[in-house]
Write a protein that binds this ligand. Structure first.
Ligand code: HAM
Length: 421
């Protein structure tokens, strides 16, 4: 097959059960969110490149080497969204949503990052996420985490992920720590990995989460952020931790957690699993009080998170109870029957799922009903139409029952389907 006829590297075709699992996770995120007062937002999957380049940080991996950026036919530089927060901040500004503050938005959809694909890492992947705008209270960070935790719990994942949390403090705390860290690392410049050398000039904080062993060795005796947190920032963080304790949400303090994006301040967090190998981050987020202002909007605090749907599906697969509908198959026995099944379908499909078995002879149609694991099957031909009596087959037991046309249409023959896991 020509290469062009395959899905591009790092993308997936989702169908059958897999597509249903994705939808269930997106729906669960929205349902839990509604109970926390969130409503849905949908923003474009592409934006002017500036929306991401200025906000996520020129040295962040995402902007530096992972965006899908191109000139469109009008000559505008366009970027496929690598994440949802910046687009929502843009929408907040351009839609003039400041007058609706505070706001709580839920979103779900595809994101694009030109990363090296591996298990759990894709170039087109899907996120569900939440952004709360206009809340300064540190306990709002906890509320956001409570939503995330409840969402994971609904998927049966609460105990299979651990919450790692850190504070990046306010701007002043970060500035003084950044200076001290850069000064320390400067002494080891030539020993740092090439990526970290680049970051040393532009964003030394990102070196903290370097995967390089030699970088980590150098970092083991570097200045620690805790000692640079201003009193107010420490107080803020203590209040967050206190809130988590009150809600009995277990957490681990993780001083090296800085997150990949430049817009964070104060609280940052990730839910991590050890069941997915290297790509263990299932959900990540934090506070971004400066983002909207940085983009030219009014000063507006924000806090939120996003979770990777592919990773959630991989982890939660066995816990997901997919929707099961009652399914009736209609097998037309002749041309008259073919017309009549359309009528029956249009009436009964208001209540149950009705599939017409169009192809092949009657034997093939009944075999298909078995293959599709339908719950009921009905043969419809001239004889049934003339006598207005039908024989419904209960597919699991093989039993049959005579029905008048009105009984058929009243659905009183339905047996409730047991909910199975
Ligand atoms: P992020 O940590 O870059 O944060 O992504 C959130 C989640 O998306 C990750 O924890 C992971 O599960 C999933 N993810 C990221 N990249 C990939 C990939 N290439 N393949 C599969 N899954 C992936 C953000 O995107 C922030 N916008 C979160 C946020 C919202 N912060 C504040 N508000």
């Amino acid at each position: 097959m020509s290469q062009k006829l395959q899905a591009p590297r790092g993308t997936q075709d989702l169908y059958f059960e897999n597509a249903a699992q994705f939808r269930l996770i997106e729906q669960t995120g929205l349902d839990v969110g509604k109970n926390f007062g969130y409503s849905e937002i949908r923003t474009p999957i592409f934006e002017f490149s500036e929306v991401f380049h200025r906000t996520l940080g020129e040295t962040s991996d995402i902007v530096h080497k992972e965006t899908y950026t191109f000139l469109d036919r009008g000559g505008d530089s366009i970027t496929l969204r690598p994440e949802g927060t910046a687009g929502i901040a843009r929408a907040f500004i351009s839609e003039g949503l400041a007058q609706n503050l505070p706001l709580k938005f839920y979103y779900a959809g595809p994101m694009f990052r030109h990363e090296r694909p591996q298990k759990g890492r894709f170039r087109q992947f899907h996120q569900v996420g939440a952004e709360a705008l206009g809340f300064e209270n540190p306990l709002c960070d906890v509320e956001t985490l409570s939503y995330a935790y409840q969402f994971l719990n609904q998927l049966g994942l609460g105990t299979r992920c651990r919450l790692e949390i850190n504070s990046l403090g306010d701007l002043e705390s970060r500035r003084s720590f950044r200076e001290a860290l850069a000064q320390y690392l400067e002494k080891y410049r030539s020993e740092l990995s090439p990526d970290s050398q680049l970051r040393l000039d532009k964003n030394p904080l990102r070196i903290l989460d370097s995967k390089s062993e030699s970088d980590q060795k150098i970092l083991s005796s570097s200045p620690k952020f805790e000692s640079f947190l201003s009193k107010d920032s420490q107080k803020y963080f203590d209040r967050v931790l206190n809130g988590l304790e009150v809600l009995s949400i277990p957490f681990v303090l993780q001083p090296s957690l800085v997150r990949g994006l430049d817009y964070y301040s104060h609280t940052v967090f990730e839910f991590i699993t050890s069941e997915l190998g290297a790509q263990g981050a299932v959900l990540g987020g934090g506070r971004y009080d400066g983002l909207i202002e940085m983009m030219g909007g009014p000063k507006t605090p924000g806090v939120g998170w996003a979770a990777g749907v592919e990773r959630l599906v991989e982890l939660a697969q066995k816990n997901l109870v997919l929707e099961k509908r009652t399914r009736l198959g209609l097998a037309p026995a002749d041309e008259l029957g073919e017309l009549h099944v359309l009528k029956i379908q249009s009436l009964l499909s208001k209540k149950i799922s009705v599939e017409i078995l169009w192809n092949g002879n009657l034997g093939k149609k009944l075999k298909k009903a078995d293959q599709l694991k339908l719950d009921y099957c009905l043969v419809v031909g001239q004889r049934e139409i003339e006598t207005k009596t039908y024989e419904i087959k209960f597919m699991t037991s093989g039993q049959k029952k005579e029905l008048t046309e009105s009984e058929l249409l009243e659905l009183n023959w339905l047996i409730p389907i047991p909910v199975t896991k």
